[in-house]
Design a binder for this molecule. Sequence first.
Ligand code: ZN
Ligand code: ZN
Length: 363
Amino acid sequence: MGPLRTVVLVILGISSLTFIALFGRLPVFSYILHENHPLVLIFFLGLLAIGEYFFLPTAWPWMSSIHKFWVPGVVILPFVLIYKCVVTKSFITSQNHDEEMKRYPYDRVLFHPGQRCRTCHFLKPARSKHCNICRACVSRHDHHCVWLMNCIGANNYVYFLSLLLSLSVLLTYGTLLGYSLLSQTLQEIVPSEYQAAMKGWKMYFNIWAVVITADAKIGTVTLLMLMTAPLAAAFLVYHTYLVWAGMTTNESAKWSDWKCDVEDKLVFKAKRSQIPGAPRYMDLGDQPWPVDSDQILVLDDEPPADGYILSTDSNFIKYHSRPGAPVDGWERTDSMGDIVNIYDLGFWNNLKDSVGLPVRRKW
Ligand SMILES: [Zn+2]
Ligand SMILES: [Zn+2]
């Protein structure tokens, strides 16, 4: 079966390239993935454009008017959002540094005041991270996306979330449309006695192979959409979870470290109000952060003992003399549920915050 083999080879080739671009650690690809190289973005745009070029002209005459109304929007929106994701930067510059310092308070769990970026020499605002590929500190850093040649951060997370949603809609909608078009082809080319035999798996796949080969353009693109729709949906679900949990991709890794430390019984907690000289959160002026927390966390084998000093730039403690007797007020933390994430304001406020809408109130 010549044409079928071509269809299968095209799909296998594209899906392995997709897999490498997503999870690839091959040395050949490491240059492309670790420099801001446009190859993955070109592949991504090419896949979308070529898929639509093959699918739309063939499918258009068969579509009902309601589909003809929706399809242009569903097709164009991902390109607009990709463009916005690529060109919108969330870099911290000397012009916006003062403002960025006021964006979030330091929680003194994941982010500590007084730390400087070794490359940019700025004081690092809470929730920011330096990106080696973009060569800049990025505000509310989520992750560096090789598909979009840019860091996803404070200013373009709204476009990134919208892109995941629009790609999920495009791919699901396209798969269903392709399926209904291929079903029509099946009705036309497969004799009814064969259709009746489709209850068996082998016959089912054989007949679909014939239909996909007979309508190779629609067939290939539909199969590709069927395979990539779950991928787009999975990323959308994961980022919805992150918004719900009040964390970025960057912070989810930091929270995993804390989870390991809690399991290893290395985390001790005290009430800030009961510890003399305990550091306060950074003062953010007249619009305080909605969540205040009375917790102080430290990492150690043993609870803080007499002679300890709270470190201002980490969760480790120092001693000005040899540790003495244990100090009251510190308790071992047994569960992540005991640790407050001050950046978690509840789902709707997290969503508002992640897309750049204000969440602070004057009181
Ligand atoms: Zn930096
Ligand atoms: Zn980056």
